[in-house]
Design a protein around this ligand. Structure first.
Ligand SMILES: C[S@@+](CC[C@H](N)C(=O)[O-])C[C@H]1O[C@@H](n2cnc3c(N)ncnc32)[C@H](O)[C@@H]1O
Length: 538
């Protein structure tokens, strides 16, 4: 079965379902009063009845056949495995799983989907009626009318019941009768990984336009194949690159996974930062590969938009942030480490920002990346605001920065772009007013402002970060990104430039307030664009 747009065209960013209540769900401990068993008491009656029926059926089977036939249990398990979705909070953290009825679970997958979904989370004991006037605007294939009935299957329209609700929303314009699809897997992964995940979990091979494109689309090419190979002695023949490139990518994948797993298990963010940044800068040196006569050293490097590079930025942003908070905690005991903590916050925010700008570039070629890019802008905004508000600046004495009050955001209007005004119009006249027709103009104005603020702070944010210093402008990917070594050799970067200066020297430069204020403004822009405009309004 598949779901299609009902009897009208659907514009971009419209809710296509009311908030749908789960048939069954199991959330992690954070949402439970006691331990896991408490979730069973919350299961809707029909699921408990179903479980009793299964138990009864098993008893009969066992009595009749003298053996434990697991067919029915397998069927139920398959149903859950096929239809359960991971419930996530606004920041993408996994909260558990839930199974929904047909108006959600009949939606098929595409790697270039036209819809996405979001959850409304409320505590498990909250069973108060939920006001929701949205209509169900998608129907099973073959259904003629939108009266909510299909082949005697009543589509639940009621809004009562507990559990995380899900709402399906369009991310592209969908024509009447066109199939509605969502992503079952992370769309920023290369095709090979998407394919193997979908096969392992659902046993199907995706044949969407993105997957069957030949040659692969720009986005898939760059996410998967953009690995550069060079050798000091002589030029590398293309043949050798393609033969050894896959092997090199596998090795780099193992390396990134190993470093990330070690970081998560042992919690040494410093070693994690060193290892990942070294890998991004120097790439993989492979001495075992034979080139012409004898052995020679090949050097493989990742394009900054390669999926392994993107994964590394996420880990680096987190590891630098942990380093900063560890230092601040130590600062209260030891003192004098706050400037170093500021450096860590700075680089963490720089990686967050770089990730948002990188995925935005991919989004320009693959519009279904909208939800990912929105989340990255929002978290870059949050990192920048946390940096601007950090007490670590206090080590610089009185830097004159006003006490920040982020709520309401309305106080932080930008005279150049109208992001905030758009929301005000939206709030007073209803969502349709800033409609998506404005998308290009809102985005262009945001990018203009973003670019000019970035120019003022990017140098400060990346100072001392060996990898990011290569990118003089994170929105410009036209530079010869393979030329890392040359740049490092000729640029003689002082890695400890800021860390070596005393707080008063920095203050004398007179830039501190300006940096802090511009970082703050940049954060507000990213949060408004990603968190408010792309995620909620668009
Ligand atoms: C949540 S269900 C979707 C509804 C399903 N088509 C049905 O009729 O019940 C997931 C299952 O649908 C099928 N499916 C979803 N997307 C697909 C796709 N793009 N190509 C092939 N099969 C797909 C797979 O069998 C998958 O296990």
């Amino acid at each position: 079965m598949e779901m299609r747009a009902g009897e009208e065209d659907i514009e971009i960013a419209e809710d296509m379902t009311p908030s749908v209540v789960p048939l069954s769900y199991a959330l992690h401990d954070a949402f439970l009063h006691s331990h896991c068993s408490s979730c069973f008491s919350l299961l809707p009656a029909r699921v408990r009845d179903g479980a009793k029926a299964i138990a009864a059926a098993r008893r009969i089977e066992m009595d009749e056949n003298g053996k434990n036939d697991s067919t029915l249990l397998e069927a139920v398990l398959c149903l859950v495995l096929t239809n359960a979705v991971e419930v996530q909070d606004n920041e993408g953290r996994s909260l558990g799983i839930a199974v929904y009825g047909p108006n959600f679970s009949w939606i098929n997958h595409s790697c270039s989907p036209n819809a996405c979904y979001r959850f409304i989370i409320s505590p498990p004991d909250n069973v108060l009626p939920f006001r929701d006037d949205s209509r169900l605007r998608i129907l099973p294939a073959g259904t003629k009318s939108d009266n909510g009935v299909h082949n005697n299957i009543e589509f639940p329209k009621g809004c009562s019941g507990s559990g995380p609700r899900v709402i399906v929303r369009s991310i592209k314009r969908i024509k009447k009768g066109e199939e509605v699809t969502v992503a079952y897997t992370d769309l920023l992964q290369p095709q090979e990984i998407r394919r193997s995940e979908l096969w392992a979990k659902y046993r199907f091979i995706c044949c969407c336009t993105r997957c069957i494109a030949s040659p692969p689309s720009y986005v898939d090419h760059i996410l998967q194949y953009c690995v550069h190979c060079c050798c000091d002695d002589f030029p590398i023949h293309d043949q050798i690159v393609s033969e050894t490139g896959d092997e090199a990518t596998r090795k780099m994948t193992d390396y990134v996974e190993e470093v990330t797993a070690e970081y998560l298990a042992i919690g040494d963010p410093e070693s994690c930062c060193k290892k990942l940044e070294n890998m991004l800068i120097t790439g993989l040196l492979d001495e075992l590969l034979e080139v012409r006569e004898g052995k020679s050293q090949l050097n493989f490097r990742l394009h900054p938009l390669h999926h392994l590079a993107l994964n590394s930025y996420t880990v680096l942003a987190s590891a630098y942030k942990i380093r900063a908070s560890n230092l601040l905690a130590l600062h209260s005991e030891v003192g004098g480490l706050s400037w170093e903590a500021l450096n860590m916050y700075r680089i963490s925010a720089a990686y967050s920002l770089f990730l948002a700008a990188s995925t935005y570039r991919l989004f320009c070629f693959e519009s279904s990346l909208l939800a990912s890019v929105a989340n990255f802008w929002a978290s870059a905004g949050e990192s920048l605001l946390a940096l601007a508000k950090s007490s670590a600046w206090d080590s610089l004495g009185n830097c004159g920065f006003p006490v920040l009050n982020l709520s309401p955001l309305a106080e932080h209007k930008c005279s150049k772009c109208s992001l905030l005004e758009s929301f005000e119009v939206n709030l007073s006249f209803g969502q349709d007013q800033i409609r998506k027709a404005d998308f290009d103009s809102v985005s262009n104005r945001f990018l203009d402002c973003f670019g000019s603020l970035l120019q003022k702070v990017w140098g400060f944010l990346i100072q001392g970060c060996r990898y990011l210093e290569v990118f003089k402008d994170p929105t410009d990917f036209t530079l010869d990104i393979w030329d890392f070594d040359v740049r490092f050799t000729h640029n003689d970067v002082d890695f400890n430039c800021w860390a070596n200066k005393s707080a008063s020297e920095i203050e004398d430069l007179g830039y501190v307030d300006q940096w802090r204020m511009n970082i703050f403004k940049l954060g507000v822009h990213c949060l408004l664009y990603g968190g408010n405009y792309l995620l909620q309004d668009l």
